[in-house]
Design a protein around this ligand. Structure first.
Ligand SMILES: Nc1ncnc2c1ncn2[C@@H]1O[C@H](COP(=O)(O)OP(=O)(O)OP(=O)(O)O)[C@@H](O)[C@H]1O
Ligand SMILES: [Mg+2]
Length: 311
């Protein structure tokens, strides 16, 4: 982390939030929490909604850096990052390539396969005819996902061919590639990353079929175990694997890697998030707290990664 002597060194900070993706409302909540934390510590920060404001305003306002908390397409996928590079405005999180690859669950798997990083077997579903081939090759149950969404949007478990057809039709509405992957039946964990290092792991437990939108944001039946139930040795092994998987995609700074254990207790990596949720009950703040880093400090440390970068 760069050494910040005073918060004034950050200059004028735009907290980019909102955006146009399906996760807009979540991003506005994350953005409000980040902005509040920055303001309470004396940082000259303001809200910048990428849906309603134009990027040239950043230049006109003389912004020194951007805290990017726009989830999903347009904010988490390299587009905003590329625009900010062209404007020579430093920003938090991964660069263009890491953001673009991290957003795309299908291409994430291509990279991980090449690096020997374990991830469930999958098949891309390009047309209805692929559904039968997929069922034959991968068996059931399957998880169907749009490649470019988050918050479990458009995802469904398929236990048979009828459900697979329905899940494919639904996921195809999300205007991006669709894939089906083999169901992983074991425990679920997430590894938060700060300053390129893993924070304590969290185990997620839900009575639902999986950690769906409802389990993420609507119920209070989801349990979060941090510290989790793993031995120190196993946790260390999964943390190292997750950081490797994050870096393999070009991820830098902060983020989150989601993984599950298969029936043999082996880790299967699902995806990375380069702009994870930052409400005060989100997963990265929860893991940071376990490491002794409160929300205010976490936000400042993420912002500090923009110091000394770009001209
Ligand atoms: N292959 C699988 N087998 C079983 N459950 C799965 C599988 N893939 C995903 N899930 C479940 O679905 C949830 C969402 O999946 P994933 O993390 O891939 O998508 P996401 O919508 O991008 O998530 P996020 O909100 O973290 O961005 C997981 O947290 C997990 O509970
Ligand atoms: Mg996830």
């Amino acid at each position: 982390m760069s050494q910040i002597k005073t918060v004034k060194e950050f200059g004028k900070v735009a907290v980019a939030m909102g955006g146009n993706a399906a996760e807009r409302e979540i991003s506005l909540m994350s953005g409000a929490a980040v902005l509040k934390a920055l303001l309470s510590q004396g940082v000259d920060a303001f809200a910048f909604d990428t849906k309603t404001q134009t990027l040239d305003e950043l230049k006109i306002l003389g912004v020194d850096r951007v805290f990017n908390i726009v989830h999903g397409r347009g904010g988490e996928d390299g587009q905003l990052q590329g625009a900010l590079e062209l404007l020579s405005v430093p920003y938090t999180g991964s660069g263009v390539l890491g953001s673009a690859l991290g957003m795309d669950k299908l291409r994430t798997k291509f990279c991980w396969l090449g690096m020997g990083i374990p991830t469930p077997k999958w098949m891309e579903l390009k047309e209805t005819a692929d559904v039968d081939v997929c069922a034959k090759n991968l068996g059931f149950p399957l998880m169907v996902k749009p490649a470019l969404e988050g918050s479990s949007l458009g995802m469904a478990k398929a236990d048979n061919i009828e459900e697979l057809y329905a899940a494919y039709e639904n996921a195809a509405k999300f205007s991006c590639d669709v894939m089906a992957e083999q169901w992983v039946s074991g425990r679920e964990y997430t590894v938060a990353i700060l300053e390129d290092k893993a924070l304590p792991m969290i185990r997620l437990e839900t009575p639902n079929d999986f950690y769906d939108y409802e389990a993420k944001y609507k119920t209070n039946t989801t349990k979060y175990h941090c510290p989790c139930d793993l031995s120190e040795e196993q946790e260390g092994e999964f943390q190292r694997l997750s950081v490797k998987a994050f870096k393999a995609l070009g991820g830098t700074g902060w983020g989150r890697v989601d993984l599950m254990l298969d029936q043999n207790g082996r880790p299967q990596l699902l995806e990375i998030n380069t702009v994870p949720g930052m409400t005060d009950h989100s997963l990265v703040p929860m893991a940071a707290k376990q490491a002794g880093v409160d929300f205010n400090e976490l936000v400042l440390r993420i912002l500090s990664s923009t110091m000394g970068e770009l001209a």
